[in-house]
Design a protein around this ligand. Structure first.
Ligand SMILES: O=C(O)CCC(=O)C(=O)O
Ligand SMILES: [Fe+2]
Length: 283
């Protein structure tokens, strides 16, 4: 399904033009207050002073909410996917703190992020947590979703590494397509060399990835404590970053120290279990 061609001028001006179509970067997609509110809802203890970045400390999200992986942990909202191939959303709506208050779904709509997808709106959000030094192996997000992912960053700053697919990846894709429609979040096979591009994701920013990049690139976050060698030549969205972000990196000799980071990765699951959605309301 083709989903690129941004439907709003706002998204069009946010395109990272040095990357293959289509990546979009929007700074300050949410406010400091909204960031603090979402983090509190996700049960982080935040120390929040208006006008200053939130200071984030670990806290008790009920442990049954987290899935623990080797280098990060995550929560799936409204739930994990079910079905034999793990690609069906037993539909319930996203909780308000991820959709209506703050009005993130409405902002996606204004930007036209999910405009050309099957259901026209995000219906699933993976909340990832990374400590400094943690990351996610290079992977693709796969066929359970429409080819759009919208990532809101909270807490710390990281660089997302983007790789072109190799011949090997393409062969694996073909084999997977021939056997089933399973989700391609196969992270472990993917040790690879240097990323072709890097995208900086400061807190409160939005990064949108759409086709063809969704299908033809691979992304990951390296498990390091400091992102180095950052600047106009090496960061694809450098020109779209806010002046104070660029300045603080330059003042730091081109580096950015990682801290606890939470990412909200919004997607649209293609298959929705209608029987359950009839009980919980349409989405
Ligand atoms: O945390 C991020 O920004 C990326 C996470 C990711 O790639 C995923 O959840 O599939
Ligand atoms: Fe991903």
């Amino acid at each position: 399904m083709a989903v690129s061609n941004p439907s709003s001028d706002l998204l069009a001006v946010s395109q990272i033009t040095s990357l293959p179509d289509s990546f979009y970067y929007v700074p300050q997609f949410i406010s400091l207050e909204e960031e603090a509110y979402i983090l509190q809802k996700a049960r982080y203890r935040t120390l929040f002073f208006p006008t200053q970045p939130v200071k984030l400390t670990h806290d008790a999200i009920p442990s049954n909410r987290w899935t623990h992986l080797s280098h990060r942990r995550l929560q799936a909202h409204p739930s994990v996917l079910s079905g034999k191939a793990g690609d069906v959303l037993p539909s319930a709506p996203l909780p308000p703190w991820l959709s209506t208050f703050p009005p993130i779904a409405e902002r996606f709509e204004k930007l036209g992020v999910f405009k050309n997808t099957k259901h026209g709106a995000a219906n699933h959000c993976l909340v990832n947590e990374y400590n400094a030094g943690e990351g996610i192996m290079p992977h693709e997000d796969g066929g359970a979703y429409s080819p759009v992912v919208a990532t809101v960053s909270l807490g710390g700053t990281v660089c997302l590494d983007v790789y072109e697919k190799t011949e090997h990846d393409r062969t694996v894709d073909k084999a997977a397509a021939a056997t089933s429609a399973v989700d391609g979040r196969d992270e472990e096979k993917n040790a690879r060399s240097k990323p072709r591009w890097r995208i900086l994701q400061p807190p409160r920013s939005l990064l949108v990835t759409m086709d063809p990049a969704y299908t033809f690139t691979i992304h990951g976050i390296s498990p390091i404590a400091i992102d180095e060698d950052l600047g106009p030549e090496t960061v694809a969205n450098w020109e779209l970053l806010e002046e104070d972000v660029r300045k603080s990196i330059m003042d730091n000799g081109g580096s950015s120290t990682r801290g606890l980071r939470i990412s909200l990765t919004y997607r649209e699951v293609l298959k929705v279990n209608k029987a359950v959605s009839a009980i919980f309301g349409k989405r």
